[in-house]
Write a protein that binds this ligand. Structure first.
Ligand SMILES: Nc1ncnc2c1ncn2[C@@H]1O[C@H](COP(=O)(O)OP(=O)(O)OP(=O)(O)O)[C@@H](O)[C@H]1O
Ligand SMILES: [Mg+2]
Length: 354
């Protein structure tokens, strides 16, 4: 197995691993260009429309998540942005460079972590990075320092000389992220960086990802089908059957689904309902429960109890979750990914091998 051949060049002037290779070329009017712009990006494979007219912008320094179930078109979208798949229609620009017309420029500015593991587990962490440094034309005099810096970024410095076959799945994935950062890309693509990892390891991966953004000012586009972790992203595009069905911040998406609900359990539910409606609240009630629909439910609880003025045995506040958001926009729950188990086993097997 060998490192991906996505890169064809390296910005020799990039001074430090602490800075991205570009601060973003200005457009004709002197404005800084967005890190990623996709316009009606589409990909067909025969009869299958993998991605249909995806349009979005990702600003510099954003963490942007493509959230969707298996087969939704996440990898295909990333592949088109990385110049690994040619769009059937539409186009995209990375740092102002067109993926169709300027693929070499695009490749120079991006780092990539593939959905499938691509480390050589018979080599050490350092050897994997060295191999990548050659492919990416990192200047020889800078290689040692960069390797040290990226290993530090993902907390793997003590394992520098260990064979990747002795790494856990999470460590191997973090090493792939380090490798993606070796040539100080302006935009880092992470295709399912946490797939198959346990929740604790996934949380650690997210610490790494958010630290990269904070300390390296790198723009990150990642894919996931885990609802809980999409919350960490600045913005989320929900993609289903190749179509982006919603795109916004996690909070705004939840707000679009509806208000919070506050449920009061009371033997005098009918009285509570009358009083709450009288005070202008939107209310639904049955025998012993009153459900109030309101913005910012938690802060309203005391007021609701005061207005209802009945004995209450239980109060429950529910904020819409991303599960509710997905259900709202797609009409169903996100499907559990059958690939999860396979990938998890593969990562573990990789770690077990000599
Ligand atoms: N090279 C290809 N040839 C034919 N069909 C393809 C190819 N690559 C992807 N597809 C199809 O395009 C659709 C989208 O696939 P894609 O891999 O982009 O989904 P995904 O969202 O990344 O899914 P997963 O969560 O399983 O990784 C699927 O129907 C898939 O079968
Ligand atoms: Mg995929």
């Amino acid at each position: 197995m060998h490192a991906p051949s996505v890169s064809t060049g390296y910005a020799a002037s990039a001074p430090r691993v602490e800075a991205p290779t570009t601060g973003g070329a200005p457009d004709g009017a002197g404005r800084r260009l967005p890190a990623i712009e996709a316009d009606d990006l589409s990909k067909r494979y025969g009869d299958v429309t993998a991605v249909e007219r995806a349009s979005f912008r990702v600003e510099r320094g954003e963490v942007f998540a493509l959230l969707g179930p298996n087969g939704a078109g996440k990898t295909t979208t990333i592949n088109m942005l990385c110049t690994l798949a040619r769009p059937t229609a539409g186009t995209a620009r990375i740092d102002g460079f067109d993926v169709r017309r300027q693929p070499r420029h695009v490749r120079r500015h991006i780092g990539m972590v593939f959905q499938e593991p691509t480390l050589d587990d018979q080599l050490t962490a350092e050897e994997n990075l060295r191999f990548h440094a050659v492919l990416y034309h990192v200047p020889r005099h800078d290689v040692d320092r960069r390797i040290g810096a990226v290993l530090e970024l993902v907390d793997l410095s003590p394992r520098r000389r260990d064979l990747v076959s002795t790494f856990s799945g999470g460590m191997a994935r973090r090493l792939e992220i380090a490798r993606g950062m070796l040539h100080t890309p302006a935009v880092l693509f992470l295709d399912e960086p946490t797939i198959g990892l346990d929740p604790q390891t996934r949380a650690l991966m997210w610490e790494d990802i958010l630290r990269l953004r904070r300390e390296q000012s790198v723009t990150i586009l990642l894919t996931t089908h885990y609802m809980d972790e999409a919350e960490y992203a600045d913005r989320i595009a929900i993609i289903d059957h190749g179509v982006i069905v919603a795109l916004d911040t996690p909070d705004a998406l939840k707000a679009r689904v509806g208000a919070d609900t506050v449920t009061l359990v009371s033997p005098e539910a009918a009285t509570a309902r009358r009083r709450l409606e009288g005070a202008g609240f939107a209310v639904r009630a049955d025998q012993d429960t009153v459900v109030v629909f309101t913005e910012d439910g938690e802060s309203k609880v005391a007021r609701l109890l005061e207005v209802a003025a009945v004995p209450v045995s239980n109060v429950h506040v529910h904020r819409p979750t991303l599960d509710d958001v997905f259900l709202h926009f797609t009409g169903r729950q996100i499907r559990e990914a059958p690939g999860d188990r396979a990938t998890s086993m593969r990562l573990r097997a990789m770690a077990r091998r000599r």
